[in-house]
Design a protein around this ligand. Structure first.
Ligand code: ATP
Ligand code: MG
Length: 259
């Protein structure tokens, strides 16, 4: 009987602890929701003043009544505020995705090999500047996936952008589409700088960037690209993957369930 009382008491304690935990979890979820809502609102509000800074500095930069030296400064203001706008846009699209439900994503039957072809055409100009060759490899018949065309295209472009940006000149980036059992995988393989082992688990985090010699000041980089890719792919019920070796190159990929 004494043992029963003891068990009963322990059960009550466990029940209480569980209740407290559930309460805490609810609180946390709410806090996190407020945080991302706050950040999204904030970013949205920053856009309006930035639009006029962008517009007027651009106008000033081409105004020949302004002294040469001052025009140079205005150009810097213009470039930097444009960069800020791009950062805010990427940030907004990531938080928007985090807040949206899987239901909000518009799924159509999408051929990933076609998405790859289009993305290569779009990125060709940037690749050419670095004399990087973009090679497409489609293997056999690729079944469609159910996905949002615009989001998947944007995600793939972020991977291509990275492959080009983090590779030396005159290298090759290979983009392949393969059918693996129940998923279609798109692989972007570069012969670039590679990601150090200690960074590999963190590169998908928002704002995380790998510091490289002579590259810390890369002005174009915000550390949001891969966070966006991961969010988009996971919203589609897919998964992302990376293998990389410093000095040899990287292999980024995503897989989506086939139709
Ligand atoms: N193909 C790659 N090769 C080597 N390093 C890479 C590659 N792709 C990403 N990285 C590293 O991972 C980091 C995070 O990448 P991510 O795309 O999220 O941000 P970013 O490129 O720095 O900025 P952006 O928001 O403009 O994409 C980068 O700073 C880069 O150092
Ligand atoms: Mg990037």
């Amino acid at each position: 009987a004494e043992q029963n009382v003891e068990v009963e008491r322990k059960n009550q304690e466990i029940e209480q602890a569980r209740g407290a935990l559930e309460e805490k979890a609810k609180e946390l979820a709410l806090t996190s929701k407020y945080k991302s809502e706050f950040l999204a609102n904030m970013s949205h509000e920053l856009r309006t003043p930035l639009t006029s800074i962008n517009g007027f500095s651009e106008l000033l930069a081409i105004d020949d009544k302004i002294p040469e030296e001052a025009r140079e400064f205005v150009q810097i203001i213009s470039n930097e505020s444009q960069r800020m706008s791009r950062m805010i846009d990427t940030f907004l699209s990531v938080t928007q995705l985090e807040r949206s439900d899987k239901k909000d994503v518009v799924h159509i039957a999408l051929r990933l090999d076609e998405v790859v072809r289009d993305a290569i055409v779009t990125m060709q100009a940037i690749a050419k500047k670095k004399r990087i060759r973009l090679v497409e490899q489609a293997n056999g018949t690729i079944p469609p996936v159910a996905a949002d065309k615009s989001l998947i295209t944007q995600a793939l472009m972020k991977l291509l952008d990275n492959a080009i940006r983090y590779s030396p000149e005159r290298t090759t980036v290979t983009i392949s589409t393969v059918l693996e059992a129940e998923v279609v995988r798109v692989i972007v393989e570069d012969r670039g700088y590679g990601v150090p082992a200690e960074s590999i688990d963190r590169i998908w985090e928002k704002f995380y960037r790998v510091a490289r010699d002579g590259q810390e000041k890369d002005e174009e980089s915000t550390g949001l690209g891969l966070a966006f890719v991961k969010e988009v792919i996971e919203q589609h019920g897919g998964s992302v993957n990376v293998e990389s070796e410093v000095g040899r190159g990287s292999k980024f990929s995503f897989a989506l369930p086939r139709l």
